[in-house]
Design a protein around this ligand. Structure first.
Ligand code: NAD
Ligand code: WQD
Length: 340
């Protein structure tokens, strides 16, 4: 029995593949390498001593996907594959809707026809928008996200809820807050393809001298130091939550289907300036920065209530911000060594 991991060579997917292999699962990866690189597969093999099956194709190619299901006894899927750049999604809405939703629907067609259950979806805290109350629990009302990217996440959730209800299947919607960090081996991490949009990769590249200065998008927010607050969670902790969520679905004997929804965060908020200072302290490096105007679409504050995942998955984030940021710097050193 195997687990299909789409986007399994990507940032969160690769860390999750390692955790799955370490927990005895067989893994079949489909990744078209649109935002990842082949050496990640070799590194997964080095870390685990195991060889996942890998297919390099685009999930929109239905006929190829069918062949994967014909060739392997797929028992569940963790669907990471998606385009994820918020700004780009505004400029290329059709591409984002097509990629993020057609891929999902193609897999669900196979699940439907072959009577397979156990589907885990990479959702995002973006579905809450700026919530009225902190911390954000799973019952917080959803707000239609402003970005096309965010809309694909909210639509994906709705498609899956309808799927679970109609066909009595088991699904888990995992709403990630802000995953950061790299594998302790320094062989997996977030690949810097193009100019980073997210804070931590930008901080990493600034410390490494690849970027001159970090632009801090606004210090006039209604927070203690004026910079926005997020819930930064270590990527290996996120990966472990997937294994726990999958095991829960697989152990559930319900005939009616299951719709699980969990926030994956630490429960603690950190401001942009706090992240910069923590990075400097953790790694003994300097991160030059300048204060710039606000970035359009940014919210002031978001951090999770994670009681539900702790209670039902027996999971919680274990890694401090400083420790996570140390792994980021080790990853940058590894990338430097690859380039030299
Ligand atoms: P990533 O870009 O590193 O990984 C996605 C992987 O999917 C890439 O390897 C890419 O090559 C692959 N892919 C994309 N479209 C594909 C297609 N049509 N067919 C086959 N492969 C395809 O992204 P990530 O940061 O690992 O994110 C994983 C998932 O988690 C995404 O769905 C993302 O939207 C979601 N998410 C990420 C974050 C975050 O901050 N990183 C936060 C919330 C949710
Ligand atoms: C964090 C903070 C920025 C870069 C995005 C997506 C969201 C979700 C997570 C997937 C903000 C500030 C950033 C920089 C900065 N992804 N910042 N200078 O905004 O929480 O959300 O990633 O689902 O959908 O929108 O994360 O890392 O982009 O920003 O000052 O160069 O860092 O303004 O306050 P965010 P982020």
């Amino acid at each position: 029995m195997a687990i299909l991991v789409t986007g399994g060579l990507g940032y969160i997917g690769s860390h999750t593949v390692v955790e799955l292999l370490n927990n005895g699962f067989e893994v079949v990866i489909v990744d078209d390498l649109s935002n990842s690189e082949k050496f990640i597969l070799k590194n997964i093999e080095e870390i685990t001593g195991k060889k996942p099956v890998f297919y390099p194709f685009d999930l929109k190619r239905k006929e190829l996907l069918k062949q994967v299901f014909d060739a392997h006894p797929i028992e569940g899927c963790i669907n990471f594959a998606a385009y994820k750049a918020v700004g780009e999604s505004q400029a290329k809405p059709v591409d984002y809707y097509e990629n993020n939703l057609f891929s999902l629907i193609n897999i669900l067609q196979e699940f439907k026809e072959r009577n397979i259950s156990n589907f885990i979806f990479s959702s995002s805290c973006t579905v809450y928008g700026q919530a009225d109350k902190m911390p954000i629990d799973e019952n917080t009302p959803l707000k239609m996200p402003e970005s096309v990217y965010g809309k694909t996440k909210q639509m994906g959730e709705e498609i899956l809820i309808d799927f679970a209800k109609a066909y009595h299947r088991k699904i888990s919607l995992l709403r990630y807050f802000n995953p950061i960090g790299a594998h302790p081996s320094a062989k997996l991490g977030e690949l810097p393809i193009g100019v980073p949009n997210n804070l931590v990769p930008y901080v990493m590249q600034t410390a490494a001298g690849i970027r001159e200065k970090l632009n801090i998008w606004g210090n006039d927010y209604d927070t203690e130091d004026g910079t926005p607050i997020r819930d930064y969670i270590y990527v290996v902790d996120v990966a472990k939550a997937h294994v726990a969520a999958l095991q829960k679905l697989m152990n559930d004997q319900s005939e009616e289907g299951v719709i699980d929804i969990y926030n994956l965060g630490t429960g603690k908020g950190s401001s942009v300036l706090e992240v910069v200072k923590a990075f400097e302290m953790a790694n003994n490096v300097e991160v030059p920065y300048q204060i710039c105007p606000r970035r359009e679409g940014d919210i002031t504050i978001a951090y999770a209530n994670v009681d539900k995942a702790e209670r039902e998955l027996n999971w919680k984030s274990e890694t401090s911000l400083e420790e996570s940021l140390r792994t980021v710097w080790e990853w940058q050193k590894y990338l430097n060594s690859r380039n030299s």
